[in-house]
Design a protein around this ligand. Sequence first.
Ligand code: NAD
Ligand code: ZN
Length: 379
Amino acid sequence: MATAGQVIKCKAAVSWEAGKPLSIEEVEVAPPQAMEVRIKILFTSLCHTDVFFWEAKGQTPVFPRIFGHEAGGIVESVGEGVTDVAPGDHVLPVFTGECKECAHCKSAESNMCDLLRINTDRGVMIGDGKSRFSINGKPIYHFVGTSTFSEYTVMHVGCVAKINPEAPLDKVCILSCGISTGLGASINVAKPPKGSTVAIFGLGAVGLAAAEGARIAGASRIIGVDLNPNRFEEAKKFGCTEFVNPKDHNKPVQEVLAEMTNGGVDRSVECTGNINAMIQAFECVHDGWGVAVLVGVPHKDAEFKTHPMNFLNERTLKGTFFGNFKPRTDLPNVVELYMKKELELEKFITHTISFAEINKAFDLMAKGEGIRCIIRMDN
Ligand code: NAD
Ligand code: ZN
């Protein structure tokens, strides 16, 4: 392409300060260096993790920064040594990576790549420790190696999943984080047996995808737990059969769930980021066989406290990033589930806005309205 090897000037939504509205600025995006890819972002969406690090409450503040990690785009140019993708390829950026060479990438059980696993404090490229974004020569930092709130971004090739070019990017972009995370947390990690009972804590996009995963796996009772009752009606579309609002009860939600299920649920998946919900999600599983899976990103200083007897009584606690999917190997197959109509994505997309209106997506999330809001980069 004509722009290969050159600095590209484009629009990006820059976060100058924690918690302050993003501002659309003209930024300079440097060409991709060795093992890097420059991507034209077509669609992006807001995930709770962006908001969490934008608020920077109890997180290391790294500003000015370009957030965004759930997106779909097209490769514009590639740096030296990149052979897996080429200009024109349709790709999904992922906040964690797969170098394909480390012990984790070689293990069938892990997706915690040594080289490219998520690092929320790093604002620069791993190759040379520099940012590829700048305004008047002043660096603007990256976020989780993706920074998709920009018309162009630069990423390490190991965090870029090449997908079927027939797949509509305005739909499958939501598979690049939240939906795959929830789906994988159920299918790959909780693995509910057929006919089992599953509790889902937090019915945002991630939790609803976890409910969908539990349904696909064959769970027969799926109990949605959320503090926001507005979530319950919507959650029926995602396989939830019953609902519990902890605010409606004057006893711990673990006890409420134990009473509903003759001693506890078979599996639980926590998708809130709230430490109390994490403890409840563990303590509500049945002794003898129950498995709880943590997905939410906790406060930096959060501590998980439970009586060790809960483990001795044969309960299992697990956690997962990105639903244990390996980004480059597995994500193209998740896209194929959508293409084969085995996974519906449309019902997750409740809003679509232009790039200029990006702050509206933050408002919607703050109000707990809708599920995913697609931001169109072409306005
Ligand atoms: P969201 O804000 O849309 O949904 C969270 C839901 O949890 C809300 O409906 C909220 O009302 C509910 N909630 C909050 N506290 C609760 C409590 N104590 N009990 C019951 N419900 C409670 O967020 P999302 O985009 O669906 O993301 C969910 C979580 O997953 C976030 O913490 C996000 O950072 C995390 N996440 C993790 C990964 C991963 O790989 N592990 C990937 C993506 C997102
Ligand atoms: Zn690796």
